[in-house]
Ligand binder design. Sequence first.
Ligand code: AMP
Ligand code: ZN
Length: 142
Amino acid sequence: MSHPTDGNCIFCKIVAGQIPSFKLIEDEHTIAFMDINPVNPGHALAVAKGHWPTVDAIPPDVLASVARTAQKVAKAAFKELKPHGVNLVQANGPGAGQSVPHLHIHIMPRREGDAVSLNWEPKPGDMKEIGDMAARLKAALP
Ligand code: AMP
Ligand code: ZN
């Protein structure tokens, strides 16, 4: 099956085998390989084979396939690396810290005290604003 591709995209080049990767697993719609700038040992990426930049652009079935692949890699990380936890992280757009505009889920093994800055302290929100946001989002749901 053919996928949309972007000739300038680093992940499309990995999918096409034009540049090397430490590949973990591959199926019809997805591939998983190691991140070469790991936040912790074992940091990997589950990637759609097709070039869709963000969560709002990718077909839902392909997104589900990427999630299934991320789950397999997370299971391997839990089993083999015995981390204190695993984060699945998926960025959309530069404002969210996305540096490669080709949809992917990070699988990040975590260790207590590893100082990876993903976590925050919950602070109570303004109920009026939360309600307003809920109304706007509900009205915009596909
Ligand atoms: P993001 O910032 O969420 O778009 O994540 C992109 C990730 O891709 C970063 O963590 C990079 O370290 C990683 N990355 C970039 N180029 C490569 C590559 N050639 N092979 C593996 N990982 C890469
Ligand atoms: Zn791409």
